[in-house]
Design a protein. Structure first.
Lengths: 259, 211
């Protein structure tokens, strides 16, 4: 049987992680390649880089990070942020990423999902969805709406509809981020995650809100997510990937325990 | 020199990086002379069988691979490369493949069930492999897992079951590794399978098939 995946997410700006890992000796390490290697050695099943570089003429810095990471770790990793065209996708994939993730670019131009899937295969295309809970209405029947710009702009698109539409267009995976839960450390948005997992037949990565290993166990087991994205839980040394895996493994979740 | 066969089937740089990381000289090539001169061959691939076979034939690489197999050169198939080593694939309304090994590559049954729960296709992520004894799979822990991304799997006929050196469970038990003489082939991606995958690549790069 497939193992449930634990996926650390690193935010990168102009080639540096925005928040370094606090290692045991309390030294911040801001090099994304070193952090990737650290997580690889800890047993991460996959990694996500999210490029938050604002200026587009500095995008090549990210390509270099991807290339150096691909030389240092031998697990799949994906890159998101700032990918708007098939050429952007190609550059990241050729640099050595396994997958690319599109979010607001796909909301504005859904054809990029189909174009990317046709050019590189669905297994390369991850749809990132930022979602906020709203009053259920005729327009947003599920009560969950797609947002962009970090949650500031409501797009008038129902999250449930968008997940199904992305699958139909050829997305190979969905990374589902609850803007409401993000940063709270109170746990993943279970209702939303369960709803999306039941609606699509592609894998769903739960994102936003993880604060404890129990939150991860719950979203993988009860909500049915295939993978859990983590960030601050492990970046600051509160937990380790290995510790999280031991916790969920002891509670009957199949996860990769040897690496 | 280890030659990674380039037949436009996906991104081959991750295989190259892993082999280079292990310290072996490696190149990505579709040049017949270069492949003929190489000590061993890696035959990877991501994509669909129909286009892969058409591209292989167009580049004349089908004959080059057959010759290398006959010559006894160590060959490692990965993912799609493994599938098109067989006689036939169901993909793209039946594609005739290289036929180095007997068997048909089939699509996972739909629905694929595990205890009544519907499994997702493609089979994507980490899973275990039960390996038979083989030098390329020596030194691996029983608990190790490997990274898979595929919707098709090879079905080896009953009379050729000796070829099977690895099996994996995903709703059904399918063949995830095969070997014959100087050829070994895996359905998963050793280059994306962490330390365990690197052990397999390293074993392959040192392997001297006894034939």
């Amino acid at each position: 049987m497939l193992s449930k995946r634990i996926i650390p997410c690193l935010d990168v700006r102009e080639g540096k992680t925005t928040k370094g890992i606090k290692f045991k000796n309390n030294v911040d390490i801001g090099d994304p390649v070193e952090m990737a290697r650290f997580y690889y050695e800890q047993g991460a099943d996959e990694l996500v880089f999210y490029d938050i570089t604002a200026s587009s003429d500095k995008r090549d810095i990210m390509i270099d990070v991807v290339r150096r990471t691909a030389e240092a770790i031998f697990i799949p990793f994906s890159v998101g942020g700032g990918i708007r065209t098939v050429d952007d996708m190609r550059a990241v994939l050729l640099a050595g990423a396994e997958k690319i993730s599109v979010n607001s670019a796909a909301v504005k131009n859904p054809a990029i999902i189909a174009d990317g899937a046709k050019a590189f295969g669905s297994q390369c295309i991850v749809l990132g969805m930022d979602v906020k809970k709203v009053e259920a209405s005729q327009k947003i029947p599920s009560g969950y709406e797609i947002v962009i710009n970090g949650g500031r702009t409501f797009m008038g698109i129902d999250a449930l509809w968008w997940a199904r539409e992305a699958e139909r267009l050829g997305a190979g995976e969905i990374c589902l981020n609850s803007i409401d839960a993000d940063g709270t450390k109170h746990g993943y948005e279970m209702t939303l995650t369960k709803m999306i997992c039941e609606a699509v037949s592609i894998p769903v990565i739960a994102s936003g809100g993880a604060g404890t290993p129990e939150h991860i166990r719950a979203v993988l087991d009860e909500a049915g997510a295939d993978a859990a994205l983590i960030a601050s839980m492990t970046h600051f040394g509160t937990y380790t990937v290995q510790g999280i895996k031991e916790y969920i493994h002891d509670r009957g979740i199949k996860t990769r325990m040897a690496w | 020199m280890i030659a990674i066969i380039d037949y436009r089937a996906g991104n081959l740089t991750s295989v190259e990086r892993a082999v280079r990381y292990l310290g072996y000289p490696v190149c990505i090539t579709h040049n017949h002379q270069e492949i003929a001169a190489a000590d061993r061959i890696i035959f990877p691939g991501v994509g669909a069988a129909g286009k892969a076979m058409a591209d292989l034939r167009e580049l004349g690489l089908d004959q080059v691979i057959r010759q290398a197999f006959v010559d006894g050169k160590p060959i490692l198939g990965i993912c799609l490369g493994t599938q098109i080593i067989f006689s036939m694939s169901e993909e793209d309304s039946y594609t005739r493949c290289l036929g180095l090994l007997p068997g048909v590559v089939k699509r996972f049954p739909d629905p694929l069930l595990d205890e009544g729960r519907r499994l997702k296709i493609p089979h994507m992520g980490w899973n275990q492999v039960l390996f038979a004894e083989h030098p390329v799979f020596a030194g691996l822990g029983a608990e190790s897992e490997y990274y898979f991304v595929h919707s098709y799997y090879p079905e080896v006929p009953e009379e050729a079951r000796d070829l099977i050196v690895g099996t994996t469970c995903y709703g059904i038990t399918f063949t995830s590794a095969v070997a014959l003489d100087n050829l070994v082939a895996v359905q998963f991606h050793p280059e994306k399978s962490g330390a365990a995958g690197l052990v397999i690549l390293d074993n392959f790069c040192r392997w001297s098939p006894a034939c």
